[in-house]
Design a binder for this molecule. Structure first.
Ligand code: SF4
Length: 92
């Protein structure tokens, strides 16, 4: 199976009322390399017209974006999803 196929096996309980990661795009706009667009294993950070676009719905809760972001304390509000929400890993 490809990585995309393996990721597709996982199930997500998306919390539509409370995002567990909030990206402050005005701070991201100042970041030169935008490593989140390369490092997120779920490819949730994308560049559109030079601006970061992000959707937390497919998040694997790995913490890579928080670890790799040079402005993480200012640019990201990161916490695990509330109980009952988030990724449910399936190992095929
Ligand atoms: Fe992507 Fe991991 Fe950050 Fe979720 S925690 S957005 S999967 S890098």
């Amino acid at each position: 199976l490809t990585i995309e196929q393996l990721l597709g096996i996982n199930k997500f309980a998306v919390d539509d009322d409370q995002a567990h990661i909030i990206v402050k795009k005005e701070i991201c706009a100042l970041c030169l390399n935008k490593p989140c667009t390369f490092a997120c294993p779920a490819n949730l950070y994308k560049l559109k017209d030079g601006q970061i676009s992000f959707d937390y719905a497919g998040c694997l809760e790995c913490g890579t974006c928080r670890a790799i972001c040079p402005q993480a304390t200012a640019a990201l509000s990161w916490q695990y999803p509330r109980g009952g929400f988030g990724v449910n890993f399936r190992y095929g």
